[in-house]
Every structure is written in C-alpha cells, then in structure tokens.
Design a protein around this ligand. Structure first.
Ligand SMILES: Nc1nc2c(c(=O)[nH]1)N[C@H]1C(S)=C(S)[C@@H](COP(=O)(O)O)O[C@H]1N2
Ligand SMILES: [Mo]
Length: 309
C-alpha cells in the first residue's frame, strides 16, 4: 500500500448521482458535460509548499478531489450535501484575518499570508468520520494547532479553546435564516488542542482550501465526529469554561461536547457502529476514536464515554 492519490475516476456512484442532478439543474441542454466537468473541477487553486507527514497519515486510498468537494456539510452554504459546492462562490475569503485572543500572554491577528509563511505546512492524510455515518480520506495540508499555542502562551487559567466561524449573513445563504445559532462555534479541551493530531488546515490535495471545505482556514480533529472540525475560522479564543458548541447547543441530547467517534455509543436516532466510505457500496466497521486510539486514548482514561459522549 502507498499514499497514492485516487485521481479522478469518472465512474464512482457519487459522481454519477452528482452529474445526473447537475444536468437536471442546468436547464440549458447546450452545456456539454465536458465543459461542465472542466469548469467545475479544473483547479485554479494556488499550490502550497509542504512536506509529507508519515507519522500520523493513513495509507488508505484517498477520496477523489471530486468526492471531497461535492459532498459536504457546510450549513453556511446550505443544508444539502451538494449546496456547498453550488454556493461555493458565496463565501468571501478576501482580506481574511485569524484572531487569536482570550487568556493568552501574546494575542495575535494573522493574515492568511502570515499564517501560511509562519508555520511549516505538512500533508496529513486523515480519515474524517461524519456523525451521519459516512467517512472520507483526505490529504489535508496544515500544521499542528499546538504550534500556535506555543506562540501565544495560554495563561494558567485557560482550560479550553473556543473556535468561531465567519458571520456574513449578507453573502452566506445559510445565514439568512436561523437554521443554526450563527456564527458556528466549536471547542476543545486544552489537552485535546495540544494533541499533535489536531490540525489547523489551509488546504487539501496540495493546494489552498476549496471554499466548500472551509476556506481559508479550518480545524481538523480526526478522532471526533466531523462537526467538531469547524470551517472558515475567524477567531480562536482561550477560555476558562467549556465553550458553547453549535450542535451541542442545538440538540444537547444528540451531540455532546466531546463527540469522540465511538461505535459503542449510538446516536439516539441511528447506530454509529458502521459507516459508508464515500465512493464505496458496502459499509465498514467504525473504529473507536476513528482508529486513532493509539494517539488519543490517554486523553480519556477514567472518563465514562457514555456520559461524556
Ligand atoms: N462552519 C462550519 N463548519 C463545519 C460545518 C458547518 O456546517 N459549518 N459542518 C461540519 C460537519 S457536520 C462536517 S462532517 C465537516 C465536513 O467537512 P468536509 O466538507 O471538508 O468534508 O465540516 C464540519 N465543519
Ligand atoms: Mo458531519
């Protein structure tokens, strides 16, 4: 096995469904599939410099760029899985800044150029397991969140890290209604934030982040359900108390603060024992901590994972 990219094969079932729907949506029959294909997926994204990680990356087959950019959850761009792709141009990422504040010695405000130059970027191939029982394997580009922590120096009373996404109801179609309590928010315990698996990601497949995947900067926490991996982050704050998390606030019985991938604790409305890898027909077993036990087990020793789900 090797870390070979799964370059766009045109024959997967998701691609087929996608093209069928797309043809329905495009009213003009003059749009030939070739044009459609090239304009939607031809990459104008800028290349990023990076080194390849071997320590934490999986050597499973990666999902295709098409699969990764056409089946997303990103409620700011709509609640359907295809909405983020169709509405991707509604996310405005110009002049983006990332603010790091709260209980720290040295707060920071970084432009995207600053951020990309400041930290050595790595390619990390991670599984991402959505709470809705599907998963993907993505070659993310990013750096460990703990490198930011080292720099801002959290104060002794900082016990959690809170993350906030963009708020732009003028442009973001999903934010024109209160589908969620905007802006989208997430949080981690300090030791989870310091774990080397926890990534700040600025791209995938060697290039800057596609809008639908959370451009220009997002979090990746591979042992937790996908919704913890907050997209399009504008602010990271160090705080004393457990921060508000959007899905936990929305439905506390269904989504806990921890949300570690756990096949032994079902969601109240469905099983978490198995998952469908996007592009595959059958299902595979879901692994405890999404298969990252070796790296994160120790964070939860002595904790009742049914209570702290
Ligand atoms: N701001 C924001 N971040 C978000 C979401 C969202 O709706 N808004 N959806 C989450 C969910 S449920 C998942 S599964 C992942 C999907 O990431 P991907 O589209 O890159 O696969 O993003 C997460 N981050
Ligand atoms: Mo998700």
């Amino acid at each position: 096995m090797s870390n070979k990219y799964n370059l766009d094969k045109e024959n997967s079932i998701t691609d087929e469904i996608y093209f069928r729907n797309r043809r329905k949506i495009m009213s003009s029959s003059l749009v030939i599939p070739f044009l459609l294909n090239s304009s939607l997926f031809a990459s104008t994204r800028k290349n990023l410099p990076f080194i390849k990680d071997t320590e934490f990356s999986t050597n499973e087959q990666t999902n295709t760029i098409k699969q990764i950019t056409s089946y997303n959850n990103f409620y700011e761009l709509g609640s359907g899985k295809r909405d983020p792709m169709f509405n991707s141009d509604k996310l405005k990422t110009d002049e983006w800044t990332l603010t790091i504040d709260g209980l720290v010695e040295k707060p920071l405000v970084l432009s995207m150029d600053d951020l990309i130059k400041r930290y050595q970027l790595e390619e990390r191939i991670y599984r991402l397991r959505c709470v809705e029982a599907w998963s993907m394997v993505v070659p993310w580009i990013g750096f460990e969140l703990r490198h930011i922590l080292k720099e801002v120096k959290p104060l002794y009373n900082a016990k959690y890290v809170s993350f906030e996404s963009i708020l732009d109801p003028v442009n973001l179609p999903g934010q024109k209604r209160n589908v969620l309590n905007w802006p989208y928010r997430e949080g981690l315990r300090m030791d989870e934030a310091l774990n080397p698996l926890t990534l700040i990601s600025v791209g995938l497949y060697g290039k800057v982040m596609p809008n639908q995947n959370g451009a220009p900067v997002r979090l990746i926490v591979p042992w937790k359900y996908g919704f913890k991996s907050i997209k399009s982050i504008v602010k990271i704050s160090f705080v004393e108390d457990e921060p508000i998390c959007t899905w936990n606030q929305q439905a506390p019985d269904e989504y806990g603060f921890y949300s570690n991938v756990n096949p032994y604790v079902d969601h109240p409305r469905w099983s978490q024992k198995r998952e469908r890898r996007i592009g595959e027909f059958g299902k595979r077993d879901t692994l405890l901590f999404n298969g990252y036990s070796k790296f994160v087990n120790n964070l939860y020793t002595g904790m009742d994972l049914e209570k702290f789900f």
